[in-house]
Design a protein around this ligand. Sequence first.
Ligand SMILES: *Cc1c(COP(=O)(O)O)cnc(C)c1O
Length: 246
Amino acid sequence: MTERLPEAADPRATELAGRLAVVRRRIAAAAAAAGRRDSLPSLIVVTKFHPAADIRRLAALGVTDVGENRDQEAAAKAAELSDCALNWHFVGQLQTKKSRSVVKYATAVHSVDRPQLVDALDRAMAVEMEASRRLPLECFIQVSLEDDAGAHRGGAAPGDVPGLAERIAGASGLRLAGVMAVAPLGAPPGPAFEKLSRISADLAASHPEARGISAGMSQDLEAAVQFGATHLRIGSDILGTRPAVR
Ligand SMILES: *Cc1c(COP(=O)(O)O)cnc(C)c1O
């Protein structure tokens, strides 16, 4: 008689469990180094390009928050996984016309970067909140940390944050959660995340409820934790490299 080990049943689940454990240890170590043992950041596992079956495995491993960056893919996965208790975070560039779809599954949008998008999300939420009893949509203002406006990875200019914050705070279907950024390419992440922490402090001075800082990916989570990230968005170090073709 042969014993069936769990890994024989599902090697991918074993692999994900191992990678998740390594990332959780890195987060704990970074938090300890930053004197933040009592305020661990939340982990959002960015599952873009990976199949719904992987998200189901992650949910079984205790993951509660997942991130996606394309509406079509996210909507399909959320529908397929409606039996899993998951919070869906939208982290990619968002066209205003996708707002109606996104608010059907998303708990939070991390990429709010312009007034038209605030208005579209609020209108979509008005419809959604009438149809269901969901909570307001959590909105992070995505800020560009690039020095030159040329090669940039999205986000509002820091000077536009106060205006966007007022607009979100005044929208009944939205809740201002804080700021979000992606570290600039080809530059050390520390100074960028330090800048983000100052932008966050300025925002919290006028909106004390909006203390969230969504920052930190696989490559730079330690620097993000050092500078106060409250939400980490980790993809490849948990799921492996993303399939090139889809
Ligand atoms: C893909 C993505 C991540 C995750 O990046 P990894 O380097 O795979 O950890 C985080 N944030 C955003 C906005 C993303 O698009």
